[in-house]
Design a protein around this ligand. Sequence first.
Ligand code: URA
Length: 233
Amino acid sequence: MRLDKYISLTGNGTRSVIKSEIKKGAAKVNNVTVKDPAYKVNEDNDKIIWKGKLLKYNEFHYYMLNKPAGMICAASDPKHDTVLRLFNDLKIKGLFTVGRLDKDTHGLLIVTDDGMLAHNMLSPKKHVSKTYYVTVDNNIDESLIEYFANGIDIGEKNITKPAKLTIVDNNSAYLTITEGKYHQVKRMFGHFKLKVTYLKRVSMGDINLDESLKEGEFRPLYKEELKILEKYK
Ligand code: URA
C-alpha cells in the first residue's frame, strides 16, 4: 500500500495534507526518512513512524462512508453492487456496515469490523438517533411535526417512537428517529401520502457526515469521533 494511504488510514488526516508533510520529511519507514508519498509499504512488516510516533493498525477498524445511491449494504450480492466493494483494496476481513441504508439512500454509513460496537449502536435500548435529510413530492404540512412527535402507525406492532421533524421548506425537512424499521422514513412520510424523492442520512448519534467526503468516498474516523463511539460500547 502507498505510504500516504497507510498514514491516512491510521487516522492522521487527509491524503493531501499528509502528502505535503511526507515531502517535508515527516515519515520514516524502518528508521529511514521517506519523502515519496507513493512509496510502497508493507503494512504487516514495515515499521512506520509519523512525526516521531510509531503507527499501528488498530485492532478494529472504523470508517465513515458517504454512500452513493445505487449500492446496497451487504457483504456481497450476485446482482447488485455493494458498498463494501469500495473497501476491497484495504484487504480487511470482516468489514460490515453498522445498519443499512436502502439502495437509493445516500449519506452516512459507519463501516467497521467491530461487532460489539455495531450491536450496541443498533440496540433499541441505546436509542441512538439518526438524522435524515428528506425531500418529498408534495407540501410538508406543519401538522406533521406533531404527528411525528407523537408517533404514527406504519403497520408495525407499535406506533413509531417520537421523532423530530424540522421543516426546511415546502418539500424538504430533517427527520430524526431513534429506531431503524425497514424503510422507516419512507413509510412515515408515506403515511401522509408523501413520496420520498431524495433521502440522505446526515448523522448517527453525535457522529456527523463529513460533507467534504464526496459520494463513494470514505475515511477513517478521527480520534474525537472514536471517543464518541466509546459511549456506545
Ligand atoms: N429510512 C428509509 O426509508 N430508508 C433508509 O435507507 C433509511 C431510513
